[in-house]
Design a protein. Structure first.
Length: 95
């Protein structure tokens, strides 16, 4: 999972985003706090630090991109996926 550093929209594909498959370092970064999953199935990813940064500077919120790191395959359901299998973001606010 990488944090996106530039604006994009729902019509942006990975190929267009990455200039034909090559991701520019100015487009996104890999967060050292987000480890690659070690098992199959649903994953929990702690994005607290990134979201805290976004709260302080909302204009830096361009979301994330999930990029496979192996050839074993990856399956990520998009927001258009079936009800109950769409990605979820749970925010817990602690004053």
């Amino acid at each position: 999972m990488r944090q996106v550093l530039v604006s994009w929209n729902e019509d942006t594909s990975f190929d267009l985003f990455a200039g034909g498959g090559q991701i520019d370092s100015g487009e996104m970064i890999t967060s050292s706090s987000i480890a690659a999953p070690t098992s199959m199935g649903a994953q929990v990813i702690d994005v607290t630090a990134i979201v805290s940064d976004w709260v302080g500077t909302p204009t830096t919120n361009h979301g994330w991109i999930f990029e496979p790191t192996s050839t074993n395959g990856i399956s990520i359901v998009s927001s258009e996926g079936a009800e109950g299998s769409r990605p979820q973001l749970e925010v817990t606010f602690l004053p």
